[in-house]
Design a protein around this ligand. Sequence first.
Ligand code: DAH
Length: 345
Amino acid sequence: MSADVFSKVKEILNNIQNEKVGNLNDLESFRIKYLGSKNEIKSLFGEIKNVENDRKKEFGQLLNDVKQSAEEKYELLKASLGSALTDNENTGIDMTAPCEPISFGSRHPVSIVMNRIIGIFERIGFTVAEEREIEDDWHNFTAMNTPEDHPARDMQDTFYLKDSTVELLRTHTSSVQARIMTTQKPPIRIIAPGRVYRNETISSRSHCQFHQVEGLYIDKGVSFADMKQTLLYFAREMYGPKTDIRLRPSFFPFTEPSAEMDVYWGLKTEDDHRITKGTGWLEILGCGMVDPNVLTNCGIDPTVYSGFAFGMGIERQAMLQFKITDIRQLFENDARFLKQFSGVI
Ligand code: DAH
């Protein structure tokens, strides 16, 4: 009888040593089996009464050894499995599995070009002014010296809101000039990026919504030469340090004199010929000295202050830069198109 319980204890000791514990679930089963409230060793303590007196001590000792070895093994395993919680079997997460592909967004080509332009002017002290897209007739036209009968006011060009001829979607960012000049005192040095709207037929070359960046610099003694130098700096930052520019006389109601600035693009490829209509020159922006009437309209004394302004479209520059041939692609938000710009900032 006593030999039986002895061999039973030895068997349990063996089992404890051979027990395979590979994860936290196994460890919990191990604990319940050998250290839990109804564990296998406990039941053997009750067998002491059946052991011969002269072997009772030996038996008790053996049971204690078994219990201790179960405890030791448990502590050891707990420590090692606990520190390896990242192991796939412990957490249910397979750390070796390839991760779900993370799909990063990309900057829109219009934003890329707009941010680049903003950066160039910020470096020489211009600050960004953002204003409303829903404008009134005064800021968009009247203040900007655009007469009542100017064709730009025509319903054909301007989106008027709620059947009113007062509320409209701004047709250019020049409206921001009026917003700023009526609320800030010179010196003023701002660039105003934003979306503008014109009631035009949508085609591969024109859209009813597009983006512009406006610039305005008002101070005492600002000259045409200041404007030319500022724009030359811009052209060279944007299109390369050797870029040439030319200013062609032009007309805008809000500037006098007015000009359009071209950059020399070159005539190396067939594309260059097509894009520049065989001239090598590309028109980039409109500019001029702020018309004294505009200053007066906005409460700035033209006998004290002068300034220059410029405005440029973004889409065409983005199309040139990224060789996009249809402006509509810029407004469709087709992920396959936009993905091509990932990583470009
Ligand atoms: N607002 C003009 C347009 O939409 C662009 C422009 C031309 C802005 C000359 C200016 C400027 O500030 O001086 O076509």
